[in-house]
Ligand binder design. Structure first.
Ligand code: HEC
Ligand code: HEC
Length: 314
C-alpha cells in the first residue's frame, strides 16, 4: 500500500521534475563539474540519488568517489554511469518509461547481484504468511494521536532550550561530532550549530523535533495499518501523508503511546530513498516528554543527537 503510494509519488516527480527544473533548482550539469548521464536532474536531487545508489549497492560514497567528487579515478563510477543508462533503457523499452526497475531491483544491497535463487526460497519452502492484522481490533489513528499528544504533554508545548551533541557517521570520515542548540517554541524549532550536517539535509532534525509538537498539522489521511516490533517496543503502525506530500509511517508505543520511530520515503528520478528518525530515552521536562536521543538514519549517514541539558525557555 505504502509502496504503491511512494511509487505513484515518484512517477509524478519524474514527469514534473524533468520537464520543469525550476530556475531555483538548476539541472546538475549547470552546477556540478563532471556530469555525463544525469543531465536534467534538478540539483536538489543529486545527493538523494547518490544516497539511493549507495544504499542499493550496500556501499558508501567512497566506493565510487575519491575526495574530489568530480574525479573519474574510480572505475566503479564509470560502471555506475553505464548502469544508469541501462536502467533507463530497460524502463523506457519495457515499462513505458515508468521507474519499474531501479538499482535496487537487481543489487538488493550487494555489489554483485545474486543471480542464482536460493533453495531456502523454494515455493514449497516458504514460511506461512503472517496473519493479516485485524484492524477492527485496533484503535483508530485519531485515538493514537490523541494518546500521543497527551503522553508527550504537547497539547500546550512549553518553550524550551536544549543543548545536545550531534555525531555523524557516514562510513568515510567518522565519527564527527559537534555541539547543537535547539530553541523550541510554539513557532517552531531554531537550531544553532557549527556542526556540519550532511548537505541538502539540514532541515532533518528540525522537522524531527517539530513532528512530535505539531503532529496534527503535519499529516493528512492517517490510517492504522498494523503492528510492528521496533527496538524492543510493540507499536501500532500509522501510515500518513505529510502535508508536503511524502508518504510516512509513524510507530506509536502500544503502552506509553509515545512515538518510537518516524519513517519516510523521498522520491527521486532514480528511486525512492528511505529514512528513519528514532526517538529514545524520553524524559520529563516542564510537563512534557522529550526524547533525549534522536537518531536520524539515511542511506548516506547516521546522525545521533544526544541531549545534555533541557531547560524551559525564560
Ligand atoms: C555506485 C557509484 C556511486 C556512488 C556509490 C556514489 N556516487 Fe556520486 N556519482 C556517481 C556518478 C556515476 C556520478 C556522475 C554522474 C554523471 O556523470 O552524470 C556521480 C557524481 C557525483 C557528484 C557530482 C560531482 C561533480 O562535480 O561532477 C557528487 C557531488 C556526488 N556524486 C556525490 C556523492 C555522494 C555524496 C555519495 C554518497 C552518498 C555518492 N556520490 C555515491 C556515482 C556514485
Ligand atoms: C538489471 C539489473 C541491474 C540493474 C538495474 C543495475 N545493475 Fe549494477 N550490476 C548488475 C550486474 C549483473 C552487475 C555485475 C556485473 C559483473 O559481474 O560484471 C552489476 C555491477 C555493478 C557495479 C560494479 C560493482 C563493483 O564491484 O563495483 C556497479 C558500480 C553498479 N552495478 C551500479 C549500479 C547502479 C548505480 C545502478 C542503478 C543506477 C545499477 N547498478 C543497476 C545488474 C544491475
Amino acid at each position: 500500500m505504502l509502496r504503491k503510494l511512494a511509487l505513484a509519488l515518484s512517477f509524478a516527480t519524474v514527469v514534473t521534475a524533468q520537464q520543469t527544473a525550476p530556475a531555483s533548482d538548476p539541472p546538475v550539469e549547470k552546477t556540478k563539474k563532471n556530469i555525463k548521464v544525469l543531465t536534467g536532474l534538478p540539483t536538489s536531487q543529486l545527493i538523494p540519488v547518490m544516497a539511493f545508489m549507495s544504499n542499493s549497492l550496500g556501499v558508501t560514497c567512497a566506493h565510487c568517489h575519491t575526495d574530489k567528487w568530480e574525479s573519474d579515478e574510480k572505475q566503479a563510477k564509470d560502471v555506475a554511469r553505464t548502469m544508469v543508462l541501462m536502467q533507463r533503457d530497460i524502463n523506457e523499452r519495457h515499462f513505458g518509461g515508468e521507474l519499474a526497475v531501479t538499482c535496487n531491483s537487481c543489487h538488493q544491497g550487494h555489489l554483485e547481484p545474486i543471480s542464482i535463487p536460493s533453495l531456502d526460497r523454494a515455493g514449497w519452502n516458504q514460511p506461512p504468511a503472517p496473519p493479516k492484522p485485524d484492524l477492527s481490533k485496533m484503535p483508530a489513528a485519531a485515538e493514537l494521536v490523541t494518546k500521543y499528544v497527551k503522553a508527550a504533554g504537547s497539547e500546550k508545548p512549553a518553550a524550551f532550550d536544549a543543548t545536545a551533541t550531534a555525531t555523524r557517521a557516514n562510513g568515510r570520515t567518522e565519527p564527527t561530532s559537534g555541539p547543537v542548540t535547539f530553541h523550541v517554541s510554539a513557532e517552531g524549532v531554531k537550531i544553532d550549530t557549527d556542526f556540519s550536517y550532511p548537505p541538502d539535509a539540514n532541515r532533518g532534525p528540525n522537522t524531527a523535533f517539530l513532528g512530535p509538537l505539531r503532529i496534527n498539522e503535519m499529516y493528512k489521511g492517517m490510517q492504522v495499518t498494523g503492528t510492528e516490533r521496533v527496538r524492543g517496543h510493540d507499536t501500532y503502525v500509522v501510515e500518513a501523508r505529510a502535508t508536503e506530500g511524502r508518504a510516512e509511517r509513524l510507530f506509536f508505543d502500544k503502552e506509553t503511546g509515545l512515538l518510537v520511530r518516524r519513517y519516510r520515503e523521498t522520491p527521486t528520478d532514480y528511486g525512492v530513498v528511505p529514512e528513519a528518525y528514532d526517538f529514545e530515552d524520553y524524559r520529563d521536562v516542564a510537563g512534557m516528554k522529550i526524547p533525549y536521543l534522536i537518531t536520524w538514519s539515511r542511506a548516506d549517514y547516521k546522525v545521533t543527537h544526544k541531549l545534555e541539558k533541557v531547560a524551559p525557555a525564560m
